[in-house]
Design a protein around this ligand. Sequence first.
Ligand SMILES: Nc1ncnc2c1ncn2[C@@H]1O[C@H](COP(=O)(O)OP(=O)(O)OP(=O)(O)O)[C@@H](O)[C@H]1O
Ligand SMILES: [Mg+2]
Length: 287
Amino acid sequence: MVRSPVRRSVPSMDTPDQASPNAATPAPAATAPVARPAARAVDAVKIYGRGDTSVRALDGISVEIPAGRFTAIMGPSGSGKSTLMHCLAGLDPLTSGQTWIGEVSLADLNDQQLTVLRRDRIGFVFQAFNLLPTLTARENITLPLALVGDDPDPDWFDTVVEVVGLADRLGHRPSELSGGQQQRVAVARALVSRPDVVFADEPTGNLDSRSGAEVLGFLRRAVDDFGQTVVMVTHDPIAAGYADEVLFLADGRLVDRLADPDAEKVLARWAQGEDPVGSAPGEGSTA
Ligand SMILES: Nc1ncnc2c1ncn2[C@@H]1O[C@H](COP(=O)(O)OP(=O)(O)OP(=O)(O)O)[C@@H](O)[C@H]1O
Ligand SMILES: [Mg+2]
């Protein structure tokens, strides 16, 4: 079943009956297009392996991620979505081409500078949650800050934890949490330091529809209310409908883009024959 995404009527997490400031009105200045991209890639090539077994995961892709916007990335399995996110976030080096976070060219940074940049400016929700098994949910969420001796802003921590529905699970270890709960810990961990850019690789892929809609609503609100930049990979047309724009990848290239998407538009684009979505409609749907 496909319902309209709720990106402009996301319930507020602490004032549930207060409409989003965006409700049925033009985007406010805070979310208007801005000149400076939060991240970008130019002629990015990523080749894994060598010789006959090498894989060209990114094939000269150029893309800009606008600041203060919610960008979705879709495409068939193996089209390079995760690779693009990893390279933009400085987790994996390119074979050739360049990536920037803000005005910083990642190729100019040594390993230590890259580590600092990732710590201070990037939040990443991995496709596999990458939680530390010996730490509780609370400790996993605050780990990036704890590593540098910081404590989270208590109000923001409470807000994030409440929205992702983990308030009563903070003392549990990942092995004591469901897959969906582990994914929510990973989302909270990426958001708690308020990074410049949050990269989320299928953040709702393991969530039930209600939890998925809450996480997507929260990401949407982080963009609208706090100017957060969010980039999200998804296979779900409904999840993509929360974004401001969808980028479609195929074979390591940018093949299409769709502004102001909703699930129907995404599916229509799919029906045009390019199969940009890569999975059946409704599979893993989040609303
Ligand atoms: N570490 C690696 N070593 C070798 N090949 C890799 C590696 N990581 C990814 N690849 C290959 O690169 C290509 C792109 O992979 P990537 O993970 O970016 O795809 P994706 O679009 O995220 O797919 P999915 O939707 O299944 O997550 C695939 O062919 C994949 O097999
Ligand atoms: Mg992937």
